[in-house]
Design a protein around this ligand. Structure first.
Ligand code: NAP
Length: 291
């Protein structure tokens, strides 16, 4: 059985992976207490001690707006830490699966980004994640970089779906940006894809890895309320109002369009990741039964 070192187990994806991967390996999950990713010597020490066959890095500095001012922290976790992991993986012959983001792109396209499109991040978070990708590529031949997007699930601290459900019980009207388009991705589907990758003799490289389809945040909010109501969530909201990005200014600019083509990964997996609405229904069902 493969020894798998998994970081970020208190996060949305990390906890999902910790549960999903149980049948596929001996999982050694680490949280911030057992491995602080801002401490490079700790990273080296833990990897040397555990001697994993596979490292899955699901940890990241994910506070996109805060990263504009806490740039050093974002760089340490998103750029330096994966680079060190890659060096150590290379040294011990391990494979590294590293999770990255659609925010490495500037959003100027209007058709899905492929893996060979030129990254050009427009915020500090995206810049730190791109440097992390490059550090992984330059230091470990056996790497798989998965670019995902708009991640949500039942675990972790919070996400757009949970925020909408909360606002939906408190307000009659919710205002949501309509001019940013991407693909919401359920951690259940993402973890399922990663589980398959660990089982395959998966070719190394960079892959887009999101649910299928594309939608604006506004349309996603509408879908969340529709699906939540069907399941019996107490939705009070009467109106979802589409607004533009300038009407909802944030410290970090976001790409207007960050849909990622799933062609490459589906070619290897032999199947597409499910449509975002299917993922949303599954997540809401899980949340509902946990209540
Ligand atoms: N969320 C999104 O919408 C989104 C979109 C595109 C790509 N991604 C990528 O997908 C991956 C998973 O994201 P997620 O949404 O699951 O993230 P998340 O819920 O914010 O979880 C991040 C994890 O990283 C850990 N972490 C942060 N700083 C650390 C440190 N110094 N030492 C050790 N652990 C640390 C956190 O630990 P604590 O709980 O202790 O803070 C947490 O377990 C990341 O690579 C992210 O960049 C996310």
């Amino acid at each position: 059985m493969k020894r798998i070192l998994l970081t970020g187990i208190t996060g949305q994806l990390g906890e999902e992976l910790q549960r999903t991967l149980v049948p596929f390996g001996e999982i050694i999950g680490v949280d911030r207490q057992s491995l602080d990713l801002s401490q490079t010597e700790q990273i080296r020490g833990v990897i040397a001690q555990i001697q994993p066959d596979l490292i899955i890095n699901a940890a990241a500095y994910t506070a996109v707006d805060k990263a504009e001012t806490e740039t050093e922290a974002a760089m340490a976790i998103n750029a330096t830490a994966p680079t060190i992991m890659a060096q150590e993986a290379e040294r011990i012959g391990a494979t590294l699966i590293h999770v990255s983001t659609d925010y490495v792109f500037d959003g100027s396209k209007n058709i899905p980004y492929t893996e060979s499109d030129h990254p050009n991040p427009i915020n500090a978070y995206g810049k730190s994640k791109l440097l992390g990708e490059q550090g992984v590529q330059q230091n470990c031949d056996r790497h798989i970089i998965l670019r995902t997007a708009w991640v949500y699930g039942v675990y972790g601290k919070g996400n757009f779906v949970k925020t909408m459900l909360r606002l939906g019980t408190q307000r009659q009207e919710v205002r949501v940006v309509v001019d940013q388009v991407g693909t919401p991705t359920w951690t259940g589907d993402l973890a399922g894809a990663i589980a398959k990758i660990t089982q395959h003799n998966f070719p190394y490289g960079v892959y887009n890895c999101t649910n299928s389809g594309a939608i604006s945040w506004y349309d996603f909010a509408v879908a969340i309320f529709e699906e939540a109501e069907k399941l019996g969530f107490p939705v009070q909201v009467q109106q979802v109002v589409p607004i533009t990005t300038p009407e909802y200014p944030t410290p970090a600019p976001r790409p207007a369009y960050s849909v990622l083509s799933g062609k490459k990964i589906s070619g290897v997996l032999g199947t597409h990741l499910p449509h975002w609405r299917q993922g949303l229904r599954q997540m809401l069902k899980q949340l509902y039964t946990q209540k």
